[in-house]
Design a protein around this ligand. Sequence first.
Ligand SMILES: [Zn+2]
Length: 436
Amino acid sequence: MFRVLMITTLFLSVPINALADWSIIHAGQLLAVPGKAPLENASVVIHDGVITEVIEGFVSSDQVETDNESVKIIDLSKQFVLPGLIDAHVHLTNQYSLGNTPYLFMQPEEFHTITGVKNAGLTLRSGFTTVSDVGSGAYTVYAVRDAINAGMIEGPHIIASGLSMSVTGGHADRTSHLPDHLWKTRDDVQNSQCDSVEECRYRVRTLSKRGADIIKITATGGGGSMQNRGMSQHFTDEEMRSIVETAHMLGLKVTAHAHGGGGVSAALRAGVDSIQHGTLSNKESIALFKKTGAYLVPTLLALKGSQEFLDNGTFPAIPAAKIKATLPAMHANRERLFNSGLKIAFGTDSGVTDHGRNAEEFGLLVEWGGMTPMEAIKTATVNGADNLGISDTRGTLEAGKYADIIAVDGNPLKDVKALESVAFVMKMGKVVKLMP
Ligand SMILES: [Zn+2]
């Protein structure tokens, strides 16, 4: 009797029509491996969310061996098809234009979570199938990530830091210039700060326990916040070493927001895996980038957005003064950043600018950074995956990789701005967007 029951249960747990899910994309042009020339008229075979084969020419379902009669053919024969894009710097749960930065914690966390749900869908539909969210409330972005992974809502794969770590009164201390009684009892805002080697170790472990996939620190001051102590180094060298050592021991990468050259160099010496912004990197910083192999995520869209906010008066007085004082130097240093042969990964700091504008970064990488369109696309695919340690599943369209695939109508190798309006988005083999 027991045995019969076991067998029945086993059978019941398998859905009746559990045939494997197969589809074939017919791509007019296929940039399977950014950096290599695109293929003309190629087919991408997809099985249960993963690419099994890339074949030259348009193949039909009976030319592919499947265990399912019904193979979906997706006609993108007029489109340019490429890997889903990767943005290494977003804040899905924040949006400056919704008034929730810099006084982030004056709104309930629930509002930020809903903001994140909205922006996750928008970001995916803009062609970004993987993002690294590097700075949110204590739990908000984890909730968004977990709801996406559970299939409850639409959104990209999210590699999340949760709270960004900061010194007391630093760039990610969201309580700067607020009376203590407003936040002292709030666990969700207190735990981003640390001021000693021991505290920093504890904070990293707290973030890890809560569900962080990556650790984000603000190594120096920054622009958009209410901190009032410039753009130079904030964490001590010892504190940063403690953070990196603890995070790496737990298998977590560390990414550092850093502007001032001294702070960039200190973070690199401490062993961070990547630098966000890096705007005022000096000669020493450049040498350290090369020595350590760390990626630079230049976030040019944040510079553009900051200028927009200066022009339309969005910034409160403190951020406005800081940004006015430093933006010209950041632009003046761009040539050094882009002409030094650094490893560059794509990131936008979306949340400063509205989500969904992420692809504007491509045009800036070409116009301001002097990249070719192909180099710009590589930052958001091959390099983007390498930067986040996910090259085994993402960054190219090859057998064994996730079926995270997008298509555009124009040719982004001729005009990279074609990526600003995406016609087709697939995530894990599921079509999310298909324009007529
Ligand atoms: Zn940011």
